[in-house]
Ligand binder design. Structure first.
Ligand code: FMN
Length: 225
């Protein structure tokens, strides 16, 4: 190891990074009747006023049967009162975790708005018809990519991946229907709790959490920031 490698290059000090959050808050009386309706309001604002690159990007955290956690970003593709849907490879690390332990957390990091939404719940695979309907809306190249990549497995070189893609592109030229990979599909996360976090001045943030009740209704509680 060289000396240069031993001394990290100068970088901005993260401890000195401090933003003042806006005063506009989130009150119990402003909340929608269900967390999905409230999510829809904030999602609309994130998509229109949020200056966010991908407001539908969310961090999915899973844990295996031994409780070992892991996190990664995926894209939300659909949401309604039945849950929040994303698509992935069913042989991936996250999907293997979910097969052993369906408890999951979804975190929407809407930093430019000083907002965060955290959904905790249970993930179940979407039906094949729903998966197929979504798969057909994907660009041809992404459809081939889903076949070409054995997601989360170790590969020797990038060239192997590109060769696999080129072979598929030759087999299914542009315009030809690509079958839905059996190892690919969606997960729908049914929420058990949804927390809406709004940054406020002096670290006195608003945190309002909907918690599912046995009768299907929602209780709202305020958490200390
Ligand atoms: C902005 C962004 C969006 C992503 N969207 C997805 C997605 O929708 N589905 C997916 O499987 N991976 C997506 N990924 C890649 C994942 O973060 C991750 O690398 C992959 O799913 C493998 O994760 P795993 O090995 O933990 O299962 C995305 C990554 C980023 C940065």
């Amino acid at each position: 190891m060289t000396d240069e490698a031993a001394v990290p290059a100068a970088h901005p000090d993260p401890a000195a990074m401090r933003k003042h959050y806006r005063a506009e808050g989130l009150a119990e009386t402003d909340l929608a009747a269900t967390p999905v309706e409230q999510f829809a309001r904030w999602f609309r604002q994130a998509a229109t006023e949020g200056r966010l690159f991908e407001p539908n990007a969310m961090v999915v955290s899973t844990a295996d049967a031994e409780g070992r956690p892991s996190s990664r970003t995926v894209l939300l593709k659909h949401f309604d009162e039945t849950g929040f849907v994303f698509y992935t490879n069913y042989d991936s690390h996250k999907a293997r975790d979910l097969a052993e332990n369906p408890y999951v957390s979804l975190l929407f990091p809407w930093y430019p708005m000083a907002r965060q939404v955290i959904v905790t719940g249970i993930a179940r695979r979407t039906g094949r018809d729903e998966t197929a309907a979504y798969f057909r809306t994907r660009p041809h190249g992404s459809q081939l990519g889903a076949w070409a990549s054995a997601q989360s497995s170790v590969i020797t070189t990038r060239a192997d991946l590109e060769a696999a893609y080129a072979e598929l592109a030759a087999r299914y030229p542009d315009g030809e229907q690509v079958p839905v990979p059996p190892h690919w599909g969606g997960f729908r996360v049914a929420a058990q709790a949804v927390e809406f976090w709004q940054g406020r001045e002096n670290r006195l943030h608003d945190r309002l959490r909907y918690v599912a009740q046995a009768d299907g209704s929602w209780r709202v509680e305020r958490l200390s920031p």
